[in-house]
Write a protein that binds this ligand. Structure first.
Ligand SMILES: C[S@@+](CC[C@H](N)C(=O)[O-])C[C@H]1O[C@@H](n2cnc3c(N)ncnc32)[C@H](O)[C@@H]1O
Length: 271
């Protein structure tokens, strides 16, 4: 899949949408509105602020727990040129990558998501109610980064408003993070009109990918999609839409994932 080349500070991207009515975003952006509420101002402020916590590693490793952020990634045993999730990392759910504020080099082993999606992904049409899906043309090792789930960042009230709209397909994701003191932090991302290649991942009750929170230099997490297992060429990439919550509820839309443990209906967005 190749399209117009788009560029962020750190990477170029050649993916594009098949539907020209959808804008391609390579990273999250704040939704625009004329109504400025306190929660909208808070979201803007968070989006524009920097997380300047820096590591002091003087080499390019940053792959051990000695690094303030590090130990998240390690070289894949099957594909040594690739960094994959380190299964013994400090925090299983939240990843902090090194950033421009760190003392380490730009090619340290704790930077992955910031360089953008992997190559050789392809959008394919199911010609069914499932619509399109995302496939890989090449093998992907377990733990590898696929792409970000990027779109418009919403306030909670805007997310609830959009969730109540009748759309044939829903793209809104609510990422729930629980802090060590039990507080809940929520991030709402909606790529329905503006988003990246991540918006094409369908749900499966037996998925081969998962979403993890990844922070680079901003308090608002990126939704990083990683392989949960080794994935073969021509496999569809999927994640469990209900995995990020302990209180999954299900809607009325029939799940067509086809897995043996299918729960029959798609999970609702859980606020
Ligand atoms: C994030 S979008 C995924 C991409 C979408 N299939 C497309 O064509 O753009 C989520 C929507 O895809 C459809 N979908 C995803 N997984 C599905 C599944 N397992 N069974 C049926 N429909 C699914 C549902 O309509 C859902 O609201």
């Amino acid at each position: 899949m190749s399209g117009t080349e788009k560029q962020s500070f750190l990477f170029r991207e050649n993916y594009d949408h098949l539907d020209s009515g959808i804008d391609y975003l390579i990273e999250n952006e704040i939704f625009s509105t004329t109504e400025t509420t306190k929660s909208y101002e808070d979201l803007r402020e968070a989006f524009n602020s920097y997380l300047s916590l820096s590591c002091t590693c003087e080499n390019r490793v940053c792959s051990t727990k000695a690094c303030l952020h590090g130990g998240n990634y390690t070289k894949s045993s099957t594909s040594p040129a690739e960094l994959v999730l380190n299964q013994s990392r400090k925090n299983q759910e939240i990843i902090y990558e090194c950033s421009q504020f760190c003392k380490c080099l730009e090619n340290c082993e704790n930077r992955l998501v910031q360089f953008g999606p992997r190559d050789h992904l392809e959008i394919r049409d199911f010609a069914s109610q499932k619509g399109h899906g995302l496939f890989t043309k090449f093998p992907i090792p377990a733990g590898a980064f696929i792409c970000e789930y990027a779109g418009e960042l919403l306030t909670k009230s805007e997310a609830i408003r959009r969730d109540s709209q009748q759309n044939p397909m829903k793209y809104l994701i609510c990422l729930n993070e629980i802090s060590s003191d039990g507080g809940k932090h929520q991030t709402f991302v909606d790529p329905i009109r503006r988003g990246n290649i991540g918006r094409y991942l369908n749900h499966s009750c037996n998925p081969n990918c998962e979403i993890l929170s990844v922070r680079i230099d901003n308090i608002i997490p990126k939704l990083g999609i990683f392989a949960k297992k080794d994935i073969f060429p021509d496999e569809e990439l999927t994640f469990d839409y209900g995995a990020n919550t302990s209180e999954s509820t299900f809607g009325e839309k029939i799940c067509l994932c086809g897995s043996e443990n299918c729960r029959k209906f798609l999970p609702n967005t859980c606020f």
